[in-house]
Design a protein around this ligand. Structure first.
Ligand code: URA
Length: 313
């Protein structure tokens, strides 16, 4: 992929974040380097990355989405060669998806139903057709007896290689959150709206799934919830909320998080996606997510130590 395409992908992600109500952005090394290459002759100078990571960047140094996007867009416009026509990140040649599958769980115990469903998903021809050679369809992991069901968006680059949800950087952060709550990763259940990594057409970056893609995979997620019957579901990020709440647009996470919602009779806690936390490493955001997890722990009548109550205060 050339730099223009990479820039278009980064720009699309920034647009998405802005739509979700973000104003500041923390960038991955890859994106930072990409934007850094646009610096020459620009009014926009990315601040010192280390300062951003340490959270010591002054408000003036912090990049606002408007600044980054304005700069990136104008650079894109100024290029001699035209930007690619399709910058949505959704490849134009996507095969049409058939109607969503109907999942009829067989009779049996939770473990055998889960094995059956896993087999259905991993061998589903549509799911399989969406993964590149050497990459894998990703099904949920964890305990079928879990009290908490964490739901994310879609596998990323690491997940489609390992065939397991949340194993990349965002997954490692989720695992830390789970441990801070007093669970082991194997005590809870972790699934995604999608069973394949949405194709950006460039192999670079991630994009949120389309409504059609979500509709196709949702019956598989719902069947996992039906098997596990958790006491609480945690929706990680806007796509999970869209899928679980049947919304046709991305909600503003700041308005929804921290309040109990309902998924077909099961309490649903909405919180930020761990990858959002990786981009926004402020104590305040970490505290917000942690407060959401404290609510989950209270709902489950889990013991909460003073130390746990005070994290990120
Ligand atoms: N992000 C998700 O939403 N799910 C994963 O499995 C990994 C990253």
């Amino acid at each position: 992929m050339d730099k223009r395409e990479a820039l278009a992908t980064v720009l699309d992600e920034l647009k998405r974040l802005k739509k979700e109500g973000e104003s500041d952005v923390y960038l991955s090394d890859e994106s930072y380097a990409l934007l850094g290459q646009l610096r020459e002759g620009s009014h926009f100078l990315p601040p010192d990355r280390k300062a951003l990571e340490m959270g010591t960047a002054s408000p003036r140094e912090r990049m606002t989405l408007d600044m980054v996007m304005e700069d990136a867009s104008s650079k894109q416009r100024a290029r001699a060669t035209p930007a690619p026509a399709n910058t949505s990140g959704v490849p134009e040649t996507r095969p049409e998806l058939p109607a969503p599958p109907v999942v009829d769980l067989p009779h049996g115990d939770k473990a055998s139903q889960w094995e059956w469903l896993r087999d259905q998903v991993l061998n589903n021809p549509i799911c399989v057709s969406h993964v590149k050679p050497g990459k894998r369809v990703v099904f949920g992991v964890g305990s079928v007896e879990a009290e908490v069901f964490f739901c994310g968006e879609a596998p990323g680059a690491d997940e489609e290689v390992q065939g397991e949800p949340f194993v990349g950087p965002a997954g490692q952060l989720l695992t830390k959150i789970i441990a801070a709550m007093g669970f082991q990763r194997s005590d809870v259940y972790i699934g995604n709206i999608m069973n394949w990594r949405p194709d950006t057409g460039t192999g670079f970056g991630n994009r949120p799934p389309t409504a059609e893609e979500m509709a196709f995979c949702l019956p598989f997620l719902k069947a996992q919830i039906a098997i596990v019957q958790p006491k609480v579901i945690v929706a990680l990020g806007a796509t999970a909320v869209r899928g679980l709440q049947g919304l046709d647009r991305s909600p503003r996470m700041g308005d929804l998080r921290g309040r109990w919602q309902d998924y077909e009779g099961t309490p649903l806690m909405i919180t930020y996606h761990p990858s959002y936390l990786l981009r926004n490493q402020t104590k305040a955001k970490k505290r917000e997510v942690w407060e959401d997890m404290l609510l989950v722990m209270e709902k489950l009548s889990m013991p909460i130590s003073e130390k746990q109550r005070g994290y990120f205060q």
